[in-house]
Design a binder for this molecule. Structure first.
Ligand SMILES: [Zn+2]
Length: 133
């Protein structure tokens, strides 16, 4: 493939990713798990040998804004919940692919600019007053 065609190809890929992002349905982060419990009732099947524990009880665990949480999921919401979790995973894949394409495209357009020797890149302040000396 030609180097000239690559930016066009990447731009087209990004457009495709954007389009798919716009079509994503409801989403949420998390991991779904099933739990089986033992109760306190005497003679219950959950304490038999072999035990027939209560459940499954489904829960979704996730971390959002630095906080970990676990929420129970009603059985009737399982199908929709799984779809939301898949949509979230797809979102992450699409964003990752966009970033990868963006990095490559940026490098093709701007090239690798060497930093001036012995100097740090200048800090440009915008909209701030210069300190009086
Ligand atoms: Zn029980």
């Amino acid at each position: 493939m030609s180097t000239q065609g690559r930016p066009t190809q990447l731009a087209a890929k990004i457009e495709k990713l954007k389009h798919e992002l716009m079509t994503l349905g409801d989403l949420r982060p998390g991991t779904l798990s099933a739990q089986y419990n033992v109760c306190g009732k005497a003679g219950c099947a959950c304490k038999a040998d072999p035990p027939r524990k209560h459940g499954p009880y489904y829960q979704v665990s996730f971390t959002w804004q630095g906080r970990s949480r676990t929420q129970f999921v009603r059985p009737e919401h399982l199908v929709a919940m799984r779809q939301q979790l898949r949509n979230y995973e797809r979102l992450r894949e699409l964003v990752e692919a966009w970033i990868a394409a963006g990095l490559e495209l940026s490098a093709l357009r701007f090239g690798a600019v060497p930093s001036p020797r012995g100097r740090r890149a200048p800090t440009i302040r915008v909209g701030t007053r210069r300190k009086s000396q």
